[in-house]
Design a protein around this ligand. Structure first.
Ligand SMILES: Nc1nc2c(ncn2[C@@H]2O[C@H](COP(=O)(O)OP(=O)(O)OP(=O)(O)O)[C@@H](O)[C@H]2O)c(=O)[nH]1
Ligand SMILES: [Mg+2]
Length: 323
């Protein structure tokens, strides 16, 4: 079959680090093409050597600009870098802005830099799954660093940033909501915190607030560094990279990298399964008249919601593919 031969050929070109093959592979997973899933399944044993760094934070704090500056810094340190920018809130590939910004720069012709954006368009709840697969193929393609950008919305079953070995929270002066979320323990403590747009006069106030919020938390064996950057002109970007590398050295030295990856992968499997289950159930509700009738019974107060949920699950017998 055509897809089978192209798939092994594609895998070979991808493992050789060919950017066009990587772009093609990501399109396959983005479109939910079975050839994409097959490709990832075959490549998975060849993943695990890339360092995955996740960047999260409120909209507009400068994550993409910062990543653009980091790519430049990483190239100076002779690393091969892949970037995946994920925007779950937009039906458009708004992250194209990131691609454009870097494409316009010297990296466009650089074989050792690969940049891709993904939005929710078409992916129908499968965005996180597609993004994780994309991160895996970037890893398999031999990039030393895979940078993931997501807006911290935290309402999905899986947050791609949890795939990372190092999580960087990007804030800017005035990101008060995030401070509250950190204080309240709603937001997981990141490994590195950036206060970007540090030319702003309220930067040091912000840094103090972050420090206070962190001091209220559990406090492990890693002291979360707070780095000030002006992504727009590159100020502090080298310090940020040093902080990210220090974290890497720390997790490797203490053996927590393996534990962390094991925990992340376990959560990914559960998250992916839960997301698929949810999509199946939603489809069932939309398509199966018996399920629609069950819901009507709940509305009419003939059956309570918990009993109806139990019945919905007990019906089982899925015939509808991969969910
Ligand atoms: N003043 C100032 N502006 C900056 C700095 N870094 C980025 N910006 C600007 O902030 C705006 C948002 O930057 P982005 O990099 O798109 O921010 P983002 O966090 O990726 O945004 P989303 O992906 O939409 O959540 C842009 O207009 C940037 O030029 C900085 O250090 N100082
Ligand atoms: Mg962005």
């Amino acid at each position: 079959m055509r897809s089978r031969t192209t798939s092994s050929e594609l895998a070979e070109r991808l493992l050789a680090g060919e950017k066009r093959a990587l772009a093609r592979a990501i399109s396959l997973v983005e479109n939910g093409d079975p050839a994409g899933a097959e490709l990832v399944a075959g490549l998975y044993p060849r993943t695990g050597s890339a360092r995955i760094v996740g960047f999260t934070g409120p909209p507009g704090v400068g994550k993409s600009t910062l990543i653009g500056a980091l790519v430049k810094e990483l190239r100076e340190r002779e690393r091969r870098v892949a970037v995946l920018s994920i925007d779950p809130s937009s039906p458009f590939t708004r992250g194209a802005l990131l691609g454009d910004r870097i494409r316009l720069s010297e990296h466009f012709l650089d074989d050792d830099v690969f940049i891709r954006s993904m939005a929710s368009r078409g992916a129908l709840g499968g965005l996180a799954e597609a993004a994780l697969q994309a991160a895996l193929v970037m890893d398999a393609a031999g990039f030393d660093e895979v940078l993931l950008e997501t807006v911290g919305v935290g309402q999905a079953e899986i947050d791609v940033v949890d795939h990372a070995d190092t999580v960087v929270l990007v804030l800017m002066p005035g990101s008060g909501d995030s401070i509250q979320a950190l204080k309240a323990g709603v937001m997981e403590i990141p490994d590195v915190i950036v206060v970007n747009k540090a030319e702003h006069p309220l930067t040091d106030t912000m840094v103090r607030e972050v420090r206070t919020a962190l001091s209220l938390g559990p406090g492990g064996d890693w002291k979360v560094p707070i780095v000030k950057t002006v992504a727009a002109d590159g100020t502090g970007v080298s310090d940020l990279l040093d902080a990210i590398e220090a974290h890497r050295v720390h997790v490797e030295a203490t053996g927590t990298l393996e534990q962390r990856r094991a925990r992340n992968l376990r959560n990914e499997v559960l998250g992916l399964a839960a997301a698929r289950m949810r999509r199946r159930l939603e489809r069932r509700i939309a398509e199966d008249p018996a399920v629609a009738a069950l819901l009507d019974d709940v509305v009419a107060r003939r059956i309570d919601p918990a009993s109806a949920a139990a019945e919905l699950l007990a019906r089982g017998g899925d015939r509808d593919g991969d969910g």
